[in-house]
Design a protein around this ligand. Structure first.
Ligand SMILES: [Zn+2]
Length: 259
């Protein structure tokens, strides 16, 4: 279950499944609480969408303060809609560029992804020793970035999927994710969760596919939390690429081991 809380100063959504884990900090930001204006109002955390860099850096400082880390730890990589997974323990943020999934086993190393409609997925082992964040749009879902991350977590730390938890944050849900014939065909071909038709159009339920992938990877259904919020329907509260015609900010999903 997700709840909206401002207990660390910034409004954020938190998953009860991840909140229970020892030594793990996590949060999904909203649009609320930052200093950006116009299409980026208010808490845009991406430097690559046309917002004022000063505003973004101020916003990142607000998130850093809320997480108890230094502002330069809040960085977003160039996400590729691919399936590469990067272990962030020993590489500089610069070297970790061009990936969509990030893992950390060291304390106080946050891993974060930015989204505006895509799925933000946070993962952690139940002992809190390994954490991951994933950016998965429809391309990333088809490229299996989510199962690849679970496998990488297992390889890196020996954590078993049976003892992992996952939280899928706000994203474009099946109510709004209309796709063209080509994308619908790819989902029909690759996945058990087929697109559904409505008014002659096809709609894909990305989180249903993601849940199947997590379950196939060995994560129990009771250990998967899914936000019911659609970023398109609630673009007052979340950035939405689709609802805002492409020019919009990015919210962040972030997780780390506490020091
Ligand atoms: Zn919707």
């Amino acid at each position: 279950m997700f709840r909206l809380t401002s207990e660390t100063g910034l409004p954020m959504l938190r998953s009860s499944l991840l909140d229970e884990l020892p030594g793990v900090w996590h949060g999904f930001t909203t649009r609320i609480g930052g200093v950006s204006a116009g299409s980026f109002a208010f808490l845009n955390l991406s430097l690559n969408v046309g917002d004022s860099p000063d505003a973004v850096l101020q916003n990142r400082s607000l998130l850093a303060r809320s997480a108890g880390i230094s502002p330069e730890m809040v960085t977003l990589q160039a996400q590729q809609h691919g399936s590469d997974v990067v272990l962030c323990d020993s590489v500089s943020p610069e070297a970790a560029r061009r990936a969509d999934a990030f893992i950390a086993t060291r304390e106080a190393i946050p891993v974060l992804v930015g989204t505006a409609d895509c799925l933000p997925v946070l993962l952690a082992s139940e002992d809190g020793r390994i954490v991951a964040s994933i950016h998965a749009g429809w391309k990333g879902v088809l490229a299996e970035v989510i199962p690849r991350t679970v496998t990488a977590m297992q390889t890196v730390s020996g954590a078993r999927p049976e003892s992992m938890r996952a939280a899928i944050g706000p994203h474009i849900r099946a109510c709004c994710f209309e796709v063209g014939d080509d994308v619908a065909h790819q989902f029909r071909k690759e996945h058990v969760v087929a697109p559904h038709a409505r008014g002659g159009k096809s709609y894909v339920d990305l989180s249903a596919v993601a849940v199947c992938q997590l379950a196939d990877s060995g994560i129990a259904a009771k250990n998967i939390d899914i936000s019911s919020t659609c970023t398109v329907c609630r673009h007052d509260l979340f950035f939405s690429h689709r609802a805002n015609g492409g020019t919009t900010g990015r919210t962040v999903a972030m997780i780390m081991r506490r020091r």
